[in-house]
Design a binder for this molecule. Structure first.
Ligand code: GLN
Length: 192
């Protein structure tokens, strides 16, 4: 059975664990580099990207995560996770992992009080629109040619991207009961 790690230093990792438990996937909470051994995939949850980045640095996780993903381990970042996976941020902090060919702007839809929910279309998921929860969400400013948009608004805002074995969403599927994005990532892991 494949094992998926969830970065568990800060943020809503417990909700991702609940979603994966519902799918009967073996999971590992990742706090130290040795927790990355034998993983088939990794989720970086929503939360506060500056705190996550700092804690990853303190626990020595940055380099092994970068190496594992560069070696082909599937990864999925939600919200703060999308920020950490970015190639470049509009803001000077945090320094992203630089794994995806994306430029991301943090908190681009306003402050906590401006958080919102919206039904977004995700053509690669069958079953209709996805109820997306945006909390101080980042915006995808630009993507490289190898990055595929999986969900976008009528204004052209991109909400979900995939670049080969790397997936990022600016919203939080882990805060809903809709497991389709988790199933999509499990499929990526199973087929890698
Ligand atoms: N705005 C947060 C950040 O910059 C991300 C918010 C979230 O993950 N809900 O880290």
């Amino acid at each position: 059975m494949k094992k998926i790690g969830i970065l568990a230093v800060q943020g809503d990792f417990a909700e991702h664990i609940q979603s994966l438990n519902k799918l009967k996937v073996e999971i590992e909470e990742v706090r130290l580099p040795e927790h990355l051994n034998d993983l088939d995939g990794l989720i970086i949850p929503g939360g506060e990207s500056t705190s996550q980045s700092r804690l990853m640095d303190i626990y020595g996780l940055n380099t092994p995560v970068i190496e594992n993903v560069r070696n082909g381990m599937p990864v999925w970042g939600t919200c703060a996770g999308m920020i950490l996976l970015a190639g470049k941020l509009v803001e000077p902090h945090p320094v992203p992992l630089g794994l995806m060919d994306t430029e991301i702007q943090r908190n681009a839809y306003g402050r906590q009080v401006d958080s919102f929910e919206a039904d977004v279309s995700v053509p690669c998921l069958s079953g209709g629109n996805f109820r997306a929860i945006f909390i101080r969400a980042p915006k995808v400013v630009s993507v490289g040619s190898g990055v595929e948009a999986l969900s976008w608004s009528s204004d052209g805002d991109i909400f979900a991207v995939r670049q080969g074995h790397m997936l990022a969403t600016s919203f939080h599927p882990e805060l809903t009961n809709d497991l389709r994005f988790h199933e999509y990532f499990v499929d990526m892991v199973n087929s890698s």
